[in-house]
Design a protein around this ligand. Structure first.
Ligand code: URA
Length: 481
């Protein structure tokens, strides 16, 4: 240990964070403090509005980097958890993060020790913060504030009370989801304002700063009543997902007692009619496009993603169905534009199928993924999620009325048939659907991308055979018409 390091190790450092959610600032300070070998119990981390350590003597702040000091070690799991945990409202969080980072230098594998108190604590903070963000995505309700263009025009304003410092971290989500609206989200911890081009941050607000009611509430109520399914009413689960705390900001919550009271008789009527769903089918593709963006019938829609609508002529004879949008499709807002789409395009061309004459869509409309560092890793949708999303694909099919559907992969086949089938057994022959449409099943192009060598050659051959058979059927159908 050098003289300088020894001095740091013996003295007390008080670090003032410029903002309660400033992880990057904490990280830069923590690196310098670790390199100067300042132990965790010699640092006090103070966030804005926080009080100092009563026993702290002197205020050395952050030491300058020490030339030649070994690099600070932090694995990806720690960084991912720490970035989220830093947003927690626990005043001890930055001290915890530093303690973990300090210990990681000696024991790089410690993050895998599930019994370690510090590891358990950071996991708990991370979980609480993620849950708070999910609640914010699901329960923010905007109310219209009308204003002349001279005053900036109409604006949608929402009031929300997060438990943690999650506002800034979620700005991107609301910016992408409501890109074309002017909106403000007011919270007791700060506010965000979007004018369609620029995001600005504002001070903490009070509930009375937000409007209390407007005509949009009727829309929300109508929407909620229309998606309310008494057959699925589980009050315990509903309270868990929608804690009473959020009810006061949600106009549709006013309906809950009434809907619960009427649930039994509505369910009886549904059973009588054999109906599974309450919703009216949208009558246009544009209406489906709009509705899927707002769809939260399954949790995939709560991720940071966009609904991707099918595309192609409304009178297409062929409808091609994939599984769900991937990363590229989510970014570009169009189906099959990433690597699987490129492979599909090549093979359609080989088979003589004109993609631009087909209606191309997916069984699930939102991209399901897990975040690993900067990458979003694809996750297959669960059967329940495919079954829930079937409503939208069936609505598209009811409008396009294709003569033939090509379902690529197990998820697409399940979306079409409502049950799981084996691709190897189902492929090669048409399956007649009730409305006279023919269903052809084949492998998903992503499956081919994952193979190599002889296995890939064989699957490519089968895929090309399936596409050729579809092309032949399309020609025959066209001749009969
Ligand atoms: N995979 C799919 O199933 N659909 C797409 O749109 C892209 C990749």
């Amino acid at each position: 240990m050098t003289m300088l390091q020894a001095a740091h190790a013996g003295s007390f450092h008080v670090v003032h964070l410029p903002a309660a959610d400033d992880f990057d600032f904490w990280r830069d300070c923590a690196r310098a403090l670790i390199q100067a070998r300042v132990p965790p119990d010699r640092i006090s981390w103070i966030e804005p509005g926080g009080s100092g350590d009563l026993f702290a003597q002197g205020d050395l702040g952050v030491p300058a980097p020490i030339p030649g000091a070994p690099p600070v070690r932090a694995n990806r799991r720690f960084v991912n958890l720490a970035r989220n945990a830093a947003l927690h409202s626990d005043p001890e969080r930055f001290a915890l993060l530093y303690r973990l980072l300090w210990r990681l230098q000696e024991n790089p594998g410690m993050m895998e020790d599930k019994a370690d108190d510090d590891v358990r604590k950071i996991e708990e903070l991370d979980k609480n913060v993620r849950r708070d963000s999910h609640k914010m995505h699901a329960f923010v309700r905007f109310r219209l504030v009308e204003a002349d263009e001279a005053e900036g025009g109409d604006r949608y304003v929402a009031w929300f009370e997060p438990d943690h410092h999650i506002l800034r971290a979620n700005a991107g989500f609301f910016m992408r989801r409501f890109a074309n609206m002017r909106w403000s989200i007011l919270t007791p911890r700060g506010s965000l304002h979007w004018d369609g081009e620029t995001m600005t941050e504002g001070p903490a607000a009070e509930r009375s700063d937000a409007p209390q009611g407007d005509p949009m509430e009727d829309l929300w109520r109508t929407y909620y009543a229309s998606i309310f399914n008494p057959a699925r009413l589980k009050i315990g689960a509903m309270l868990k997902e929608m804690p009473k705390k959020y009810w006061k900001n949600m106009p549709e919550a006013a309906l809950i007692p009434e809907l619960v009271a009427g649930a039994q008789s509505r369910e009886a009527k549904m059973v009588e009619k054999g109906a599974l769903e309450f919703d009216e089918r949208p009558e246009t593709l544009a209406a489906i496009d709009k509705a899927i963006s707002a769809c939260r019938k399954c949790p995939i829609g709560l991720l940071d993603n966009h609904a991707v609508m099918g595309e192609g002529p409304q009178d297409a004879a062929l409808m091609i169905v994939g599984e769900q949008p991937g990363d590229q499709e989510d970014i570009k807002g169009r189906p099959f534009v990433g690597p699987a789409g490129q492979l599909l395009d090549d093979h359609l061309q080989t088979a003589g199928i004109d993609r631009s004459a087909a209606y191309v869509t997916n069984a699930v409309k939102h991209f399901k993924y897990v975040q690993r560092g900067k990458r979003r890793i694809h996750q297959s949708p669960a059967a329940k999620e495919i079954d829930t999303c079937r409503w939208w694909m069936e609505s598209e099919r009811a409008i396009v009325q294709p003569k033939l559907v090509l379902a690529m992969g197990a998820s697409a086949a399940r979306g079409m048939l409502g049950k799981t089938v084996s691709i190897s057994k189902a492929r090669g022959a048409p399956i007649q659907l009730e409305d006279g449409c023919e269903l052809w099943v084949t492998a998903h192009p992503s499956y081919l991308l994952r193979l190599d060598g002889a296995a890939r050659d064989e699957q490519v051959r089968l895929f090309d055979n399936d596409l050729r058979a579809v092309r032949q059927r399309l020609d025959e159908i066209a001749q009969l018409a």
